[in-house]
Design a binder for this molecule. Structure first.
Ligand SMILES: Cc1cc2nc3c(=O)[nH]c(=O)nc-3n(C[C@H](O)[C@H](O)[C@H](O)COP(=O)(O)OP(=O)(O)OC[C@H]3O[C@@H](n4cnc5c(N)ncnc54)[C@H](O)[C@@H]3O)c2cc1C
Length: 131
């Protein structure tokens, strides 16, 4: 039988950020698969007063995707990318590789970072050298 300690350890392992020196631990993790689940998580954070953060690609150097003692909204289950003309609609958990792959289907490319596993939202929102 799997103990609670094992389960918690597995959650922490699954939430590892790129910078292995970051040791922040959340209180709660919500893995979201659609916008309704994200809304539910935000409402839960408001109701309980838990600070929240969003986990996309986990490449932020300081580990800001994990709010210590807070609620982490894990978007890695939301990676859909659709391309219409030269406009891409990118789900909150899509990586740079997801965007490049979808763009390539339409004979297009996209400006991303050097690592394909970087979250496209995290990069675009300015957590990077793109500021
Ligand atoms: C190996 C490596 C190579 C890199 N190369 C480049 C590069 O070539 N060019 C460049 O510009 N940058 C580069 N970076 C920096 C990187 O783009 C930033 O650290 C970026 O913020 C990482 O985004 P993420 O989604 O992977 O990280 P995360 O840690 O998941 O998120 C970063 C921040 O954005 C927030 N966030 C993420 N997704 C959302 C969302 N959907 N809604 C709201 N908030 C969100 C998180 O809460 C966190 O505060 C590199 C980083 C690494 C580690």
């Amino acid at each position: 039988m799997t103990s609670l300690t094992d389960k918690v350890a597995r959650v922490h392992e699954a939430l590892r950020v790129w910078n292995g020196a970051v040791s922040a631990r959340p209180a709660v993790v919500k893995r979201c698969h659609d916008a309704a689940e994200v809304s539910e998580a935000v409402r839960y954070a408001r109701a309980t007063g838990l600070p929240l953060s969003v986990f996309d690609g986990g490449h932020d150097w300081t580990g800001r995707a994990i709010r210590p003692g807070g609620l982490v909204i894990d978007l890695r289950g939301m990676r859909a990318v659709t391309v219409d003309g030269n406009i891409a609609t990118v789900a909150g958990g899509a990586t740079a590789t997801d965007v490049l792959a979808a763009a390539a289907h339409s004979g297009l490319s996209a400006a991303t970072g050097t690592a394909g596993s970087i979250g496209m939202a995290g990069l675009t929102l300015g957590g990077a050298m793109v500021r």
